[in-house]
Design a protein around this ligand. Structure first.
Ligand SMILES: Cc1ncc(COP(=O)(O)O)c(C=O)c1O
Length: 424
């Protein structure tokens, strides 16, 4: 149905655009967003919505932070972009040093790419290729956790749980061993793979796309132990959790584990520009050093280490340190959790919190794409018209930016409770 209030360009979107994770046959029209400031989005008709999910988990400090806008403008004026093969530039050099300095110990090198999926692809390639370079070509197996999600490119999909996202591609993705989120089961699976195991990949602390499910520190520590015992590598995917979401700068701090490869993206630029980094240990970098050019790491993207994105990331890290963003997010999460706790929630709703991430497992049940999955989404549109929530199947969650005020945190809690009550 045409809406007289809708902007003219929305018809072009409807005719020509294809949105991600969208069932165009049945989903409502997309929200026409024309502006954003702080925690709030403004729609074409003037309506405002609180971005309670940080625009797919990337907006860290709030939208339109002047420090980030200025960093972008200044860098774009000075050096907008240049290829990163055979060229270097200050923002990428400074950012690499900064990330290596703040990450868990042992990570010495930073390989840039564009998004979370490519950060994972790079880690997987480094893992397998480094063993080949070091005379262990049979180490090609990966071990991942059930429920894991690592992105939508082919390697990242292969290590992700096929349910519910990747079933269309049955047979096309390389085989990956999967263990339940359990320390003993993970150790046993690693031992079964033994000398064939290249790497174990985990989302430390919380599996996001699986519905904000816990990965306890004991499991992360077991992954490190199993990697050490079998001579394999540990890949930590902190694409979601990195830069404060769980109340610590990195979620690995909850377990005290240092990985061999660390995947970062999303909040790396505070949510302003796409950028990713795969941090690698010194020995992994050295495995590719040889007199023959053919032994280098064969990987690179056009926009690798885009200077503007690197400059914004540096400005975002300044804010993160100056404003103690991880602690702020933790306090915001605690407020939302307390607000929800004070509401009359339907029986059977289970709450969980990881720093600034608060999830309520709703009473509808059902998987991401199952029959119950749309109900929470529908209820969110009706009962939270001023708060942007996008449930993950039967899980309603909030992960707002660090500028969210106590009043706004209270609003999120009240709207989440109303949505949960509506599907009782
Ligand atoms: C843990 C994790 N890894 C990787 C990805 C993929 O990131 P992107 O969507 O930027 O490719 C995501 C995205 O949600 C994620 O949560």
């Amino acid at each position: 149905m045409s809406d007289p209030q809708a902007p003219a360009w929305l018809a072009l979107d409807e005719r020509h655009a294809w949105h991600p994770y969208t069932q165009h046959a049945t989903d409502p029209r997309p929200l026409p967003v024309v502006a954003a400031e702080g925690a709030w989005l403004t729609l074409a008709d003037g309506r405002r919505l609180l971005d309670a999910i940080s625009s797919w988990w990337c907006c860290l400090h709030g939208h339109g932070r002047p420090e980030l806008v200025e960093a972008l403008a200044a860098q774009a004026r000075a050096l907008d972009h240049v290829l990163y093969a055979g060229c270097a530039h200050e923002p990428a050099a400074r950012l690499a040093a900064r990330l290596v300095g703040m990450a868990p110990g042992g990570l010495e090198r930073c390989f840039y790419s564009d998004d979370g999926s490519t950060a994972v692809e790079v880690a997987l390639k480094i893992a397998v290729a480094s063993f080949r370079r070091r005379g262990a070509p049979d180490r090609r197996a990966f071990l991942a956790l059930e429920g894991g999600y690592h992105g939508d490119t082919f390697g990242a999909m292969a290590v992700g749980d096929p349910e519910p996202f990747h079933r269309d591609l049955d047979g096309l993705l390389f085989a990956v061993e999967r263990a339940p989120v359990d320390a003993d089961a993970l150790g046993a699976a690693a031992r079964r793979l033994g000398g064939r195991l290249a790497a174990i990949i985990v989302e430390p602390a919380v599996q996001g796309a699986a519905g904000m499910r816990a990965v306890p520190p004991a499991v992360v520590r077991a992954a490190r132990r199993a990697a050490d015992e079998t001579g394999a590598l540990l890949i930590a995917d902190e694409v979601l959790t990195g830069f404060g979401r769980t109340g610590r700068t990195f979620a690995l701090e909850h377990s005290g584990v240092a990985p061999d490869l660390l995947c970062l993206s999303k909040a790396l630029t505070g949510g302003m520009l796409p950028l990713a980094a795969t941090l690698a240990s010194g020995p992994l970098y050295e495995a590719f050093l040889a007199p023959e050019r053919g032994r280098m790491l064969f990987h690179g993207h056009t926009y690798t280490a885009n200077p503007s994105a690197c400059a914004v990331a540096l400005a975002s890290l300044d804010l993160l340190e100056r404003e103690r963003t991880p602690e702020r997010l933790d306090a915001i999460g605690a407020r939302i959790e307390a607000g929800l706790g004070a509401e009359d929630l339907p029986a059977g709703v289970r709450l969980r919190r990881f720093g600034g991430i608060v999830a309520a497992e709703g009473p509808t049940g059902g998987g991401y794409a199952g029959p119950g999955a749309g109900r929470l989404g529908e209820a969110a549109r009706t009962h939270a018209p001023d708060v942007l929530l996008r449930p993950l199947g039967g899980v309603l969650y909030a992960m707002p930016p660090a500028c969210t005020t106590p009043e706004e945190a209270g609003l999120i809690a009240r709207r989440m409770a109303a949505v949960l009550r509506a599907v009782r």
